[in-house]
Design a protein around this ligand. Sequence first.
Ligand code: ADP
Ligand code: MG
Ligand code: MG
Length: 252
Amino acid sequence: MLKIENLHARVEGKDILKGLTLTVNSGEVHAIMGPNGAGKSTLGNVLSGRDGYEVTAGSVTFQGRDLLALEPEERAAAGVFLAFQYPVEIPGVNNTYFLRAALNAQRKQRGEAELDSMQFLKLVREKLKIMQISDELLHRAVNEGFSGGEKKRNEIFQMAVLEPKLAILDETDSGLDIDALKQVAQGVNALRSPDRAFLVITHYQRLLDYIEPDFVHVLADGRIVESGDKTLALKLEEHGYAWVAERDPALA
Ligand code: ADP
Ligand code: MG
Ligand code: MG
């Protein structure tokens, strides 16, 4: 589904990704862990096509297409979804209206018919059942005055409605109490499917108690420096990221 090869990217003239290689197959959940400043959010931003991130070398193939050649909205329509580390508030824009506009923009890009408000409401009701989110949140402005946990749950709800092929969750666990964390994990788990893949970016092992990854990777200094199964996350929790650096002289 996703093949990242030797990816180099810079932000504001500074090299952040320095030869990142990663392959993700349909149905898989990959956790990306790593110290602060390693480039985890940069990876998510580069994949979703956010402004200001310059790719200087390497390639990204998504479902056989050159992802880097696509505009951000084309990537979204192709099924790439990024849940932000810091979800944005859009005051004055109704959450339901926003979601329907986002979904219909993607459907239009794909040449599919737009959903009318009845069809959209039906979809929203189905997804509300999956994601334990209060429908009161749907009638408020996007993320405005939402608590940290509500914002993160709203991101997962957006994901449920947009039904992406590749979902990238950037520290969706940060700042969540244990109940909100479990709710977010439950939503993600409900959306796991053979034709969908997840990149779960997290700083801490805790989330992976609830979202069980197929693979765990350590991102340090702009590269994947170690990969393994879920036990790698436990080792990191025990030994800290210094342990990875000690094993890799290039990082010392
Ligand atoms: P992580 O998510 O792993 O904590 P980031 O990808 O956010 O790391 O950041 C990696 C490095 O890139 C950091 O040194 C950060 O300061 C820098 N960086 C990220 N975004 C920007 C930006 N918009 N402008 C300048 N520097 C940035
Ligand atoms: Mg960070
Ligand atoms: Mg980050």
